[in-house]
Design a protein around this ligand. Sequence first.
Ligand code: OAD
Length: 233
Amino acid sequence: MVLTGAGVSADSGLPTFRGSGGLWEGRAVEGLATPQAWSEDPAMVWRFYQERRQCVASSSPNPAHMALASLEVDLQNAGVGFSLITQNVDDLHARAGSAPIHIHGELSVLRCEVCGEKVRDLDHLDPAAFFPCPECGHKAMRPDVVWFGELPYRVEDVFRQVGNATCFLAAGTSGVVYPAAGFLQLARDAGAKTFVNSLEEPENLSLDDAFFPGKASDVLPELCARIFKQVTA
Ligand code: OAD
């Protein structure tokens, strides 16, 4: 199993949440990515997300995304199960050929809070123009991303999968946002071999993990090859 975070997309030019660049117009993400912010100032929240959606539309997968997609194909050909869980709301894993579980939703999907309609769209990127629901006409669809205070998607399924993992890689995540930050410990408890890549040591790192510091796009191609050998030996 692999869990990815914002660091994996950093080398594609998408800013991470924490560390430098973690503020937008002087606001922390915790003040923008909430249902309260959306109901109090939808224009401001929409502008923030339209900027994120523009970045996604103009970026491309990097060697870290490609290495994970190749690992999936190689393991499947070897008859070994593989699952990719991502906290990232961009679509770079999919564009590299993976089929990740997006526990925090996706920027390329818009959702109507009135009728539940979902639309995949990365064409309407004007920060000043809301996207009306094509089904019921509600004036502003929201990005289908999980905000603070909302439940991540498919979390029970993911907990079950992590509990069965024999090998677990966490890449590019600071290990501070739960429940995802708890998956590494759950995998350790299940007896999985654990591998971690990040620029800095994440909060949830343990001496039991094999830690590979550095940029995901530099580290993952070799690390994925090593994991493939170890899992299929
Ligand atoms: P963070 O921004 O919290 O952490 C990014 C991590 O990636 C840090 O540990 C960096 O050291 C590391 N990093 C930065 N550049 C890297 C690179 N080139 N290669 C490898 N690692 C690098 O991002 P997440 O852990 O993904 O949630 O954040 C978790 C959640 O917090 C996000 O999904 C988002 C946010 O609030 C929601 O929006 C619900």
